[in-house]
Design a protein around this ligand. Structure first.
Ligand SMILES: Nc1ncnc2c1ncn2[C@@H]1O[C@H](COP(=O)(O)OP(=O)(O)OP(=O)(O)O)[C@@H](O)[C@H]1O
Ligand SMILES: [Mg+2]
Length: 245
């Protein structure tokens, strides 16, 4: 579903030099997989994830999602391709002046769906995340876990093939974290959506990922296989992340 081929991303430093946030990296993520990107702060996890929907454009390399090379698309084609890639954020990024239903409807309005189709789809997505009874509430009236469920419903609404979640549970307590991870897993299983989760917590990886790339200084140090919640780590870095869990 996702092929990053020799992607590289550098940022200008204030002194005029370059900082390499993602070194030349190749990574393939299968359709229907839940894949983790794990590493300490500054490792390049968010940058690598944002390359997948071209929120960051790579300096080199190609980004293929669902057989389409996104780096070759026009702005208009890219907007269309991005409807295939939902995103969930650590700070939820909900619109405060819109209700729960209004937030979930938002990407569908942008995509030009009809009013009737939007109403039906919003109801379906709120059902999936268990928030049907909160449709008319505003974000300020919700708990953190409920806000993140709205974020997930919004990501799911346009029927994406991929959902990217950047530290989606990092603002939540452990119990709420588990319920949000369960929600993502449920969506993955029911709809076959490929899910990429950025996290600094090995417990998140252990809980829902089939595989995870361990990142350090913009490089993939190791790709872990998670089998029945067990992780065999070879690299020092992966071991230290396991010990911290
Ligand atoms: N727009 C930018 N301009 C300059 N440097 C950037 C920019 N975005 C990220 N960086 C740098 O690139 C490196 C990787 O950042 P990134 O946000 O991908 O890390 P991360 O692994 O997601 O970290 P965290 O766990 O703290 O979110 C960091 O050193 C960061 O300062
Ligand atoms: Mg980050």
């Amino acid at each position: 579903m996702i092929h990053l081929q020799n992607v590289r991303k550098r940022y200008r430093r204030p002194d005029g030099g370059w900082f390499e946030a993602v070194a030349s990296t190749s990574l393939s993520i299968g359709a229907g997989e839940i894949f983790g990107l794990i590493g300490y702060s500054g490792a390049g996890k968010s940058t690598l994830m944002r390359l997948i929907n071209l929120l960051e454009r790579p300096d080199e390399g190609s980004v293929i999602v669902d057989t389409q090379d996104l780096t070759g698309l026009s702005a208009r084609e890219l907007r269309r391709a991005r409807q295939n890639i939902g995103m969930v954020f650590q700070q939820f990024n909900l619109l405060a002046n819109r209700t729960v239903a209004g937030n979930v409807a938002f990407p569908l309005e942008i995509a030009g769906w009809s009013k009737g189709d939007i109403e039906k789809r919003v109801a379906e997505c709120l059902e999936v995340v268990g928030l049907t009874d909160r449709a008319g509430h505003y974000p300020a009236q919700l708990s953190g876990g409920q806000k993140q469920r709205v974020g997930i419903a919004r990501a799911l609404a346009p029927n994406p093939k991929v959902i990217l979640a950047d530290e989606a549970t990092s603002a939540l307590d452990p119990k709420t974290t588990q319920s949000i991870l369960d929600c993502l897993q449920d969506i993955n299983r029911r709809f076959g959506v490929t899910v990429v989760v950025v996290t600094h917590e090995m417990n998140v990886v252990r809980s829902i990922c089939q595989r995870a790339a361990v990142l350090d200084a913009g490089r993939v140090v190791e790709v872990l296989d998670i089998v029945d919640g067990r992780i065999e780590a070879e690299s020092e870095l992966a071991r230290s992340l396991l010990e911290a869990a």
